[in-house]
Design a binder for this molecule. Structure first.
Ligand SMILES: Cc1cc2nc3c(=O)[nH]c(=O)nc-3n(C[C@H](O)[C@H](O)[C@H](O)COP(=O)(O)O)c2cc1C
Length: 211
């Protein structure tokens, strides 16, 4: 990947080369962010739209990415899950404060395969897997003790057994049609490199945007 070094005080600028795969560029930035950030370099704001047309946003962890898109996992019966069921489109943004960089993307969403979701779920701590059974994510909770009781119930239920993935716990893959790399520059003259395409199987077009 071609990076143009400017000076020591400012971040490196990615070159405008459509031949550079944006996911490869993203991989490099994420690696640098993992070294630079105190925690959760893979945290991203995920925006969905409700049936009333009102946007909604919350953080999720980016758990995988490749040329097919960006993958996160959640409870499909949560608020975001319901919003996605009605409108399988989303946008994401990652901001790395230490690097002064932002990546944002938007596009249609598909479910990750059951095998992918099973594999990721199996990699989680046992207590997190139990928590996924105990929590009806985004429903009201009259009292915290009810959640603790649900955790105790599920802990007993799975005693001595593997904790399988709850069917409602799913992976989602955002397949970007728009992907933007933003680099902080002096005097707000930031650098914005955009990759866009009309369909998820089309080639990328690149352009720069004014800050
Ligand atoms: C850094 C961070 C990472 C998070 N990662 C996830 C995640 O990967 N999956 C998830 O379901 N919720 C995650 N959450 C919690 C969500 O932000 C949110 O509270 C929850 O998913 C319910 O959202 P909803 O009611 O819009 O569905 C994370 C929160 C933070 C602050």
């Amino acid at each position: 990947m071609q990076l143009l070094k400017t000076d020591d005080a400012t971040p490196q600028l990615p070159s405008l080369d459509p031949a550079v795969d944006p996911f490869q560029l993203f991989a490099g930035w994420l690696r640098e962010a993992e070294d630079a950030e105190v925690n959760d370099a893979n945290a991203m704001a995920l925006a969905t739209v409700g049936p009333d047309g009102l946007p909604d946003v919350r953080m999720v962890l980016l758990k995988g990415f490749d040329r097919d898109g960006f993958v996160f996992y959640t409870n499909s019966e949560s608020r975001k899950g319901g919003q996605l069921a009605g409108n399988m489109q989303a946008a994401g943004a990652l901001h790395w404060k230490s690097l002064r960089r932002q990546v944002r993307f938007r596009g249609p969403v598909e479910f990750a395969t059951e095998a992918e979701a099973d594999a990721y779920f199996a990699s989680r701590a046992r207590d997190s897997r139990i928590g996924a059974w105990a929590s009806r994510q985004s429903r009201t909770l009259a009292d915290r003790s009810l959640l603790e009781a649900a955790v105790a119930r599920e802990t007993d239920r799975f005693d001595g057994r593997e904790v399988p993935r709850p069917p409602r716990w799913k992976g989602y893959r955002v397949r970007p049609l728009y992907l933007e790399f933003w680099v902080d520059r002096p005097f707000r003259l930031h650098h914005r490199l955009v990759y866009r395409r009309d369909g998820v199987r089309d080639d990328w077009q690149t352009e720069l945007l004014q800050p």
